[in-house]
Design a protein around this ligand. Structure first.
Ligand code: ADP
Length: 453
């Protein structure tokens, strides 16, 4: 600053000195004053020019190029540039934060729509676009009510009570693939609204399944309970002869057994759902599995009638399968027992274990029973689904057997196939992947093609 003043005074002094020396028809003192005035005017013009240069740069200059103006203006330019730079930095930072914020909302599994004060869409994330079928480029600034036309949503929006959500079908929903959305509006800012959407299809289905399940279990337990209490009342009120008494107690034991198997099956299912998948390094000997199934099957067949069934068990090549013995036994025995239970006495049940050309193991149960009509087949593994309720109950079925089989098979990486036609018997088979099967260590000692016939 001091240097600038010094330069200014030096310039004035030089002007005064030049005027004093030249003084051209004036007194030397007057010449000095004129010289000083001329120097001041020149200084002013020069300074104005620099100011002008700076103004031009401020108006339309490149903010990254600093104008080469000198003097005081240079400092003004440098400070201005610093200000512009720090403001630019703030803008870039805010822009980055906004982009990060929008990216976070984009990543949300929920749909988010920003509505302006009159209900027009200002912004929406991809999930919301997918939920409501919005086109982010075409539908911006459209009234949300024109695009989401469900009457429930229209009423919800009009009422203005946003303390709860509303559940509506998604526009792409149809009867074969229903999609349900929970939509919740929230107020924010000055009259703006945030619309959040969530796909609740699975939740609603799970809720419906839970309700059905509880209703089914209650029904299944209530039936034998009603029978049991009827018998108890009879025994309490009537004097029965020992024969009748014995018969009634037998029937009561049957009902108690039915409840017990139902509870056992329910516990098995919940264990299957709640436990980690079986380990890959535990190997189960298939021959012993089949032997156990055969023994159970023969007992069941004998219990059903003296005549029994023709039961053929065949093991092509003994091997080990990786998984849980208890689970595998319950799945294989379930299929064998079903075949025996649903096949009239005298019928044939063929059980086999073989290895297919791809190395996968195939366990199959073929019966000559009544068969199942094709429309029932996809639903057989649902809990409590029965083609013929009375037949299932008569034979001690709980309606959970195939649901258990399906779970066990999935947990062992296998697949359950059912093929059947009405009146022509059924084939239930399980395929275990080659990775879960290995030749048995005992194979060479006792390999045989027929377990028993
Ligand atoms: P359930 O305890 O009633 O047998 P499952 O889950 O084991 O229950 O089987 C479901 C339904 O599938 C049965 O009620 C029956 O209608 C049908 N089903 C199962 N296995 C056979 C079979 N081998 N032959 C004919 N129908 C069968």
């Amino acid at each position: 600053m001091v240097w600038r003043f010094l330069r200014f005074f030096l310039f004035q002094f030089a002007g005064a000195a030049t005027g004093y020396l030249i003084h051209a028809g004036l007194q030397p003192l007057q010449g000095a004053i004129v010289g000083m005035l001329v120097a001041a005017a020149l200084w002013l013009i020069w300074d104005l020019r620099r100011g002008q240069q700076l103004l031009v740069w401020l108006r339309e200059g490149d903010p990254t190029q600093f104008p080469a103006v000198g003097g005081l203006w240079s400092e003004v330019a440098s400070r201005t540039r610093r200000l512009v730079r720090s403001r630019d930095k703030v803008i870039v930072e805010s822009e980055n934060r906004l982009q990060e914020f929008l990216a976070a909302i984009q990543a949300s599994p929920n749909g988010v729509v920003l509505l302006d004060t009159i209900g027009r869409i200002e912004w929406c994330n991809e999930t919301a676009a997918d939920h409501f079928g919005f086109d982010p480029s075409r539908d911006m600034l459209q009234q949300v009510g024109n695009l989401v036309r469900d009457p429930l949503f229209a009423a919800y929006q009009a009422q203005g009570d946003y303390t709860h959500d509303v559940v509506i079908p998604a526009p792409r929903s149809d009867s074969s693939r229903p999609v349900r959305l929970s939509v919740h509006l929230h107020r924010y800012g000055e009259g703006r609204r945030l619309m959040m959407s969530r796909d609740v299809t699975m939740l609603e289905q799970a809720d419906a399944m839970r309700r059905d399940f509880v209703a089914n279990v209650s029904h299944e337990i209530r039936t034998p309970l009603t029978v049991l209490s009827g018998f108890i009342e009879t025994l309490q009120t009537l004097h029965l002869d020992p024969g009748d008494r014995h018969r009634y107690l037998g029937l009561m034991a049957q009902q108690a057994y039915r409840m017990q198997t139902l509870v056992d099956d329910l516990l098995t299912l919940s264990r299957l759902e709640g436990s980690p998948p079986p380990r890959m390094d535990e190997w189960v000997d298939v021959r012993s599995l089949l032997q156990q199934c055969e023994q159970d099957g023969r007992n069941l067949s004998m219990m059903m009638s003296q005549m029994g069934h023709v039961l053929l068990f065949r093991l092509d090549r003994n091997c080990d399968v990786a998984g849980s013995r208890t689970e595998l036994l319950s799945a294989l025995c379930n299929l064998v027992n079903n075949a025996i239970r649903y096949t009239p006495t005298g019928g044939t049940v063929k059980v086999s274990w073989s290895i297919d050309p791809a190395g996968d193991a195939v366990f199959s149960v073929v019966d000559t029973g009544p068969g199942v009509a094709s429309e029932h087949i996809p639903r057989l593994t649902e809990r409590f689904y029965r083609v013929d309720r009375s037949r299932s109950r008569e034979t001690g079925g709980t309606g959970l057997g195939l649901a258990i089989v399906k779970h066990v098979v999935q947990r062992h990486g296998g697949q359950l196939h059912i093929s059947s036609s009405l009146g022509e018997g059924s084939t239930f088979s399980i395929t275990f992947p080659a990775s879960r099967v290995r030749p048995s260590r005992l194979a060479s000692l006792s390999d045989s093609t027929v377990v028993s016939a």
